[in-house]
Structures are given as C-alpha cells and as structure tokens.
Ligand binder design. Structure first.
Ligand code: NAP
Length: 274
C-alpha cells in the first residue's frame, strides 16, 4: 500500500460522514492519498465510493469503534503495518452522547470517543506522523474538565456539558502535543455549526437545523483542508482556529497546566507512558 509517487498520505477519522467525508473528498481531489477511518461498515463503503467518484481513486478503508480502546489499538497496528509515514492525521471523528453512557473500557462515552481514543491513536502513531489536525468545537465553552476525574460528567449528566468537556480536551490535547512534539505541526479548529448527521437524534438540534444558519460540510471541511496544507511557518503551533484564523479559546481550553495534567491523566487512562 506504500505510495511511491511522492504524494502525501492523509488519514481522516470520522470519514464516513459529514465534515470528515467532505474533507477526504477535497483532499483526494487535490491529489493526496486519502485513508478513510470510520465505524459503520456500510457508511464507510458508501464514503469510499463518493471519494472514488470525486477523485477517480478508491481510498483504503479502516474500521474502528472509538468506544472500544482495543479497536483503537488494533487500528494503530494496522495503520503501522500499512504505512511507514502518515503525512497528516486528521482526528475528526466525534459525536455527542444524548444519554449517559459508559464504554466497555469504563469511561464516559464522549470523553472516550472524542478525546481518549484519538489521544491513544496519535500516541501510538506519533513517530510516523507529519502533522496533526483536530476537529474541536466552540462547544468547549460548556466544558468542565477535571483531569482527576474524567468520568465526572456522568454524575449529573448534561449532553452538552459532556460533549463540551471532550472538545475542551481536544484543544488542550493539541496544545500539549505541540509542546511535547515541537517537530510535529498540530492545530485544532472549530468548523462552525454544520449540517451533518451530528446529533441527528436530538429534537433540539433538528429544530435548530430549520431555523439556524448551518453551514455545509464542504465549507466546514475547508478549514481542515487548509490546516492540512498551509506552511507551518504561517500557522501558530498548537493553535486553535476558526474560519482559517487563529482564535483564543475560552480560558478553560487555554490553560497549559491543565493541558499537562490532562495528558498525564489520559496516558494513565489508556495505559501508555505519560
Ligand atoms: N456538526 C457540527 O455542527 C459540529 C460543530 C463543531 C464540531 N463538530 C465536530 O466535527 C466532527 C465531525 O462531526 P460531523 O459534524 O461531521 O458529524 P457526523 O456527520 O455525525 O460524522 C461523525 C463521524 O465520526 C464518526 N464517529 C462517531 N462516533 C464514533 C465512534 N465511537 N467511533 C468511531 N467513529 C465515530 C462517525 O462514524 P459513523 O458513520 O459510524 O457514525 C462519522 O464518521 C466531530 O468531532 C464533531 O464533534 C461538529
């Protein structure tokens, strides 16, 4: 599967739908070798077909459920077997859990699927990654991250609080990754409010879809594609972006000591050295 033509290899998680699929299509059309990671096999196949129709090339597919850390470990192993170098890892998979859920690994669903899983995947691939782009969210404003208790949202469950906490973690993770791995450009971004399958089961969001100015997945993917392509000299290492501009996140997502504590707690949670 190694590409000898000098094209970049870009791995996009959450590529079976929404922003990830739109970004994968765009990157493939620009000439990148795109690798799609998704959870649902049928949606993943359909996404591959869309990328093939758009770019003329069928991408490689990898399936993993981020609610299962063993799936993430297996995914990292299969990616390592397949590719010596991953020029860009787009950590984009994510969801809001409308009910309190505990994963098989014992963690609140949002913090695991949206933060611990990509944290583990990135660490297991770090020696091969050329750049990291993380789909975070302005919803980090609702976060109440406590690194000493990653399951704290379960106690008085609020979907947006749990989701916001995981997105706060995305921004802190990116900042700390940039500090620990200065040789790997790393950026997070808010894609805007986007018309995707995200929170499709929520009546509130369905109502919002009718009345709010949602943007298309294609437009939202623009910032991901831009961050994957810009010269790092023109970007802020570890920075958080919105509409292709650096933006200061809320203080709770800009606290570098909290970022360091989150890293240590996450490493312990997934069983890797801190
Ligand atoms: N839509 C918005 O307004 C908005 C705003 C800010 C940030 N975001 C962020 O944008 C990212 C992409 O979301 P989207 O809006 O494009 O939603 P989407 O259409 O629902 O796509 C989400 C993607 O993540 C995958 N995913 C979800 N849970 C997973 C799990 N447990 N394991 C593996 N993959 C999983 C989905 O796979 P399946 O196909 O199997 O479900 C899908 O490919 C997320 O990180 C989200 O937090 C979205």
């Amino acid at each position: 599967m190694e590409d000898l033509t000098g094209r970049r290899l870009v791995v996009v998680t959450g590529a079976s739908s929404g922003i990830g699929l739109a970004a994968a299509e765009h990157l493939a059309c620009r000439g990148d070798q795109v690798v799609l990671v998704g959870r649902d096999p049928a949606r993943l196949q359909a996404a591959a077909e869309r990328v093939r129709e758009a770019s003329g090339e069928r991408p490689e597919l990898f399936r993993a459920d981020f609610a299962v850390l063993d799936d993430v470990r297996g995914l990292a192993e299969r990616l390592r077997d397949a590719y010596d170098r991953i020029d860009v890892l787009a950590n984009n998979a994510g969801a809001i859990a409308l009910q309190p859920l505990t994963t098989v690994d014992g963690f609140e669903m949002s913090i695991q699927a949206n933060h611990l899983a990509p944290f583990l995947l990135t660490n297991l691939l770090a020696d091969r990654i050329g750049r990291i782009v993380v789909t975070a969210s302005g919803a980090h404003r609702f976060g109440r991250l406590n690194p000493d208790d990653l399951n704290s949202p379960l106690r008085r469950y609020r979907p947006m609080g749990a989701y916001g906490t995981s997105k706060q973690a995305n921004i802190l993770f990116t900042a700390e990754a940039a500090r620990r791995w200065p040789h790997i450009p790393a950026y997070s971004f808010h894609p805007g409010v986007v018309r995707t399958r995200f929170a499709n089961d929520s009546r509130l969001v369905a109502f919002g879809m009718r009345v709010l100015p949602f943007r298309s997945p294609e437009r939202a993917a623009g910032t991901l594609v831009w961050l994957a392509n810009q010269d790092p000299a023109r970007l802020v290492q570890g920075g958080y972006y919105y509409n292709r501009r650096p933006r200061r996140p809320f203080r709770k997502a800009a606290d570098l000591r909290l970022a360091a504590r989150l890293w240590a707690a996450s490493a312990e949670a997934v069983g890797i050295p801190a």
